[in-house]
Write a protein that binds this ligand. Structure first.
Ligand SMILES: Nc1ncnc2c1ncn2[C@@H]1O[C@H](COP(=O)(O)OP(=O)(O)OP(=O)(O)O)[C@@H](O)[C@H]1O
Ligand SMILES: [Mg+2]
Length: 646
């Protein structure tokens, strides 16, 4: 039911169109109604006017008839005295009353043989002439009645006259002659027109005998003989309907139109009346035009009123509706049109409030959206942080675990490293004290040497531990002085050569440098060389140990290359697994190859790295590319360039 919504704009167009249609319909209806009413009125008027014409005609011709009858009686009273007849005629002719109606200038007294005996102009004719009036034969038949001939121009008057005549009988009933006169057509039509008192009506008098024109309105003064006959048109009607009234097809004659006809009551005439088109149109427009103006004005006024309402109410409401629609589609920055009327302005104000609220809402929604996005981002970041924290924790835990494991291993190793030499020392010392007397000197010496070796091992272990602890605490002190590295290397070789030889190892030393002066604490560097060489001896079953000194670049703290001297110690021992080459420098860390077999604290290399790092150098291990064994190297900055030192 409400599916199709109404639209103000559409209704405005419909109403405007309706007004135009109504105006057009009203105009047409009014015109038709006026036309019909005028036609109807005209018919009534035609009937009335015809009556008037008939009355005037009857009155006029009756008076003519009376006069002629009177004259006739006079003639009858003195039948032989034509003189007196002439006198009577002349006397009557002088009567101004009837002179206006009759043309007494043309009258005749005519014998039964149609001879003109007396003429109003010429008096008694000595030689009577035959009359040519057509009605004369009829006057013989019915005396005392007027008969007419076709109109013609009077010989004397030179005017259009209707010849009329009346037969006269004497007292014994004998036909004695005819009085003949001419009725002035102009006079007759003037009388009729005066009676009609309305120029707009046209009329024609026709002879009933031959339907020829006897008289015509407006044409009465024209001395022309109208010979037109309407026998065809009126003959048909007259025979068919035998009644008077409206003609189905108006008769056109000249510029005029004749719509109504009727037989004259007392005389053989037909009366035709009508209104010409120009007059009818003028009449029509005279009434219709003001009505049309009225209706058009009302229509125009309605349209103007509608237009005004459209401009003032419909348009603002339509644009408000459009704006509201835009706002509903989130176009929040549109301008809201203002209305002139209070109600429209109120609507605009409320819409503005809605727009404002919506704007605020949008801002809030936007803020909420941003907050949500940020929260999501934060959540994501937190997740990532958690994950990385988790990873870090896992790594740390793994490292911790590793450290714990290292510590456990260290404790195991330490207990092993400490218990064995102490056990050895204690056992041999006990044995010496118990069996002192039974042992020869050689045996005693051997035992004492063993005690010394184990004590030394314990001492070195403790020294390493203490060094490391000091270094980690930043309390290790270095006595730095320029010194020849070759000397220190040779000293180290000397110290450990016996041990190497005892294991069937050879030590080869190759010095490739000219100058090997390094700023160093010789005791500490010697400790490093001892440790590295000790390891090589410890983890090599047999073969050659190669020590090389050569020049090599070194990166300083600013990552610039500085000259350095490189110590390289290659062995042919058990080697280090590739992935453990870095970790063996960590505290308490031993290679997986030696953990169980060779023993040791895993501190030596850590101490070495601490010392070399304190000398701004680097230390690393690598496996030999070809053959067994590994190579341990370090580089120290070279500060002097002198001649090679032997
Ligand atoms: N030349 C080498 N060949 C094979 N493995 C070695 C060599 N040098 C060191 N390693 C490995 O590196 C580990 C660490 O050496 P490090 O000198 O720190 O400890 P250690 O010799 O075991 O004990 P410490 O030196 O404290 O008496 C050794 O246990 C060994 O597994
Ligand atoms: Mg060692």
């Amino acid at each position: 039911m409400f599916g199709k919504r109404l639209s103000l704009h559409r209704d405005y167009i419909i109403f405007s169109a309706l007004i135009v249609v109504v105006v057009v319909v009203l105009l047409v209806a009014t015109s038709v109604s006026i036309f019909v009413s005028q036609s109807r009125n005209r018919n009534a008027e035609y009937a009335m006017q015809t009556d008037i014409i008939d009355r005037v005609l009857t009155e006029s011709l009756d008076s003519v008839s009376q006069i002629l009858r009177f004259v006739g009686q006079q003639i009858v009273q003195t039948p032989a005295d034509v003189q007196s007849i002439t006198k009577i005629l002349k006397k009557n002719a002088a009567d101004s009353k009837i002179q206006t109606l009759l043309s007494w200038t043309v009258y005749d007294w005519i014998s039964p043989q149609n001879q003109i005996l007396i003429n109003s102009t010429h008096g008694i004719l000595r030689d009577p002439v035959l009359s040519n009036r057509s009605h004369l034969s009829k006057t013989n038949q019915i005396q005392g009645k007027l008969f007419f001939s076709d109109p013609n121009i009077g010989l004397v008057s030179k005017q259009l006259v209707i010849p009329a005549g009346m037969g006269i009988k004497n007292n014994s009933g004998q036909f004695i002659g005819t009085i003949n006169i001419g009725i002035l057509v102009s006079e007759l039509t003037e009388r009729i027109e005066q009676a009609l008192n309305a120029k707009k009506i046209n009329f024609i008098l026709l002879s009933k005998d031959n339907y020829k024109i006897i008289a015509e309105s407006y044409g009465n003064n024209v001395p022309l003989l109208n010979t037109a006959s309407f026998a065809h048109e009126l003959g048909y009607i007259a025979s068919d309907e035998k009644d008077s009234g409206m003609l189905l097809h108006p008769i056109h004659y000249g510029t005029r139109e004749y719509n109504y006809y009727r037989d004259a009551t007392s005389y053989p005439f037909i009366i035709l009346v009508g209104t010409d088109e120009i007059t009818a149109n003028a009449e029509f427009w005279q009434v219709t035009f003001p009505r049309m103006i009225e209706i058009s004005f009302m229509g125009l006024f309605s349209i103007i009123l509608l237009y005004y309402f459209r401009k003032r109410i419909v348009n603002p409401i339509v644009s408000l509706a459009r704006t509201a629609e835009q706002i509903s589609r989130q176009q929040l920055h549109v301008d809201i049109p203002k209305g002139n009327y209070y109600e429209v302005s109120l609507l605009a104000e409320k819409l503005e409030e809605i727009q404002h609220t919506k704007k605020e809402l949008t801002v809030m929604q936007e803020a909420e959206k941003i907050a949500r996005i940020n929260a999501e981002k934060a959540q994501l970041a937190l997740k990532k942080a958690n994950a990385s924290l988790e990873t870090k924790v896992q790594k740390r835990t793994a490292k911790l675990q590793e450290a714990l494991n290292s510590k456990d291993e260290f404790l195991n190793n330490m207990s092993h490293e400490i218990r064995i030499p102490i056990g050895c020392i204690m056992g041999r010392a006990e044995m010496l004290s118990e069996d002192w007397d039974m042992l020869d000197n050689e045996a005693k010496k051997k035992e004492l040497e063993e005690i010394y070796a184990n004590s030394k091992r314990l001492f070195e272990l403790l020294c390493n531990l203490l060094d490391l602890a000091r270094s980690k605490a930043g309390k290790m002190t270095y006595d730095m002085e320029p010194h020849d590295l070759v000397q220190v290397v040779k000293q180290g070789i000397d110290e450990l050569e016996i041990l190497a030889v005892s294991k069937g190892l050879e030590i080869h030393f190759e010095n490739q440098v000219v100058s090997a002066t390094v700023l160093m604490d010789t005791i500490r560097i010697a400790q490093v060389i001892r440790n590295l060489l000790g390891n090589a001896i410890k983890f090599t079953a047999g073969g050659v140990l190669t020590i090389t000194l050569r020049n090599a670049p070194l990166k300083d703290v600013d990552a610039r290359n500085v000259p350095g001297i490189m110590f390289i110690l290659g062995d042919q021992g058990i080697g280090v697994p590739e992935e453990e080459l870095g970790s063996i420098f960590d505290v308490f860390t031993q290679s997986s190859k030696t953990k169980t077999r060779a023993g040791g604290s895993g501190l030596g290399l850590s101490v070495c790295r601490e010392i070399i790092t304190a000398h701004h150098g680097i230390i690393w291990a690598e496996n030999n590319g070809e053959g067994p064994g590994s190579t341990f190297s370090f580089i120290l900055p070279l500060i002097l360039q002198n001649s090679p030192v032997a």
